[in-house]
Design a protein around this ligand. Structure first.
Ligand code: UDP
Ligand code: MG
Length: 323
């Protein structure tokens, strides 16, 4: 075990969506860095249905470097799917996941690998700061992580997708059958001996962020639903609250009726109708959302569809040290 860890092969999984500029940069930086550190490695680029020339860039890298491989999705399936596809391809004794825009500092992969060598099985990258964002974005992110931290039972406020996992942890994750797997939380949820490495989110090297406000909201809702049934309990809570106030109002109305001052409560009736109607509809919506999720899972469709693959080609002139 110890011996195997000392020389273990490291797979680096890099999801890429419209990253034609970042792919060569990431491949170059990582190969240089890891070769220099004497770590045996392979890079797995997952082209998540990009619309630009990302796949051509991945193929070009694979043609130049024996340790680069690529898979391409038939369409955009999202970052989570890309991460799981990459992990499924990983042949390493451990696998790192990082953004291919180099916002996760590549040097930290070496630190993570060293920690893995000492015996840790899950090494999580945690953010020291969240990089540059608008205040609204920060607030939204904060509430999202507050809900998820409670649901997952681990502090997620600084969590990221930047991680290094031992083979065993990778296999456990791959064996999970849920379609809406949320990598960031699941990799903490599985346990194992874990530790953290702090990193500072770097400014983007190339291109721009692929997240629109809409996709972020959808991402937040999906992941909360996949990790927590709390919104369903909220329905019960709302029901209880409305019930209690209706008991109060009932007593009040009865009192008025008995003392002969009824009739004037017309506004109250309208307000109550509106309130109860909207609460009911919100609750139905929440329940419907979960039913939709169950429906999605039960259809058992694949998480992603691979359209193409490429393998690293050994090149006589190029040694690993001199790409
Ligand atoms: N990404 C992906 N599929 C998507 C969106 C993003 O594979 O649908 C990848 C993207 O190429 C990058 C990483 O996920 O490597 C993080 O995306 P981005 O930099 O746009 O997000 P941010 O850093 O702003 O959170
Ligand atoms: Mg980024």
């Amino acid at each position: 075990m110890e011996e195997q860890r000392k020389q273990g092969l490291l797979s680096v999984v890099l999801p890429a969506y419209n990253e034609e500029g970042s792919v060569p940069l990431a491949a170059e930086t990582l190969c240089r860095l890891l070769s220099h550190a004497g770590i045996r490695h392979e890079l797995i680029f997952v082209d998540d249905g990009s619309r630009d020339r990302t796949w051509a860039a991945v193929q070009a890298q694979a043609a130049r470097r024996p340790q680069v491989r690529g898979i391409r999705f038939s369409r955009n399936f999202g970052k989570e799917a890309a991460i799981f596809a990459g992990l499924a391809q990983a042949a390493g004794d451990c696998a790192a996941v990082m953004d291919c825009d180099l916002q996760h500092p590549p040097e930290k992969v070496v630190d993570m690998y060293r920690l893995w060598q000492t015996g840790y099985q899950v090494i999580e990258g945690v953010k020291t700061s969240r990089g540059k964002e608008s205040p609204l974005h920060t607030l939204a992110a904060r509430s999202f992580y507050a809900i998820l931290s409670r649901a997952a039972g681990v502090d997620m406020s600084r969590a990221s997708d930047f991680k290094l996992l031992d083979r065993r942890a990778v296999d456990v994750l791959l064996a999970m059958r849920e379609k809406n797997a949320f990598f960031r939380a699941l990799s903490s949820w599985i346990g194992f001996s874990s530790t953290q490495v702090e990193f500072e989110v770097q400014p983007r090297q190339e291109g721009e962020s692929k997240w629109s406000v809409r996709s972020l909201v959808r991402y937040a809702l999906t992941n909360i639903a996949s990790f927590s049934a709390a919104p369903l309990q909220l329905v019960t809570l709302l029901g209880a609250a409305v019930f209690l106030s209706s008991v109060g109002l009932g007593i009040h109305s009865l009192w008025k009726k008995l003392t002969g001052q009824a009739l004037e409560g017309f506004t109250t009736v309208i307000l109550l109708q509106l309130l109860i109607g909207s609460v009911l509809m919100i609750c139905l919506g929440i329940i419907g959302y979960y039913i939709a999720k169950i429906y999605e899972e039960i259809k058992d469709r694949p998480r992603y569809i691979v359209a193409d693959r490429c393998e690293g080609q050994a090149h006589e002139e190029h040694s690993e040290k001199d790409p």
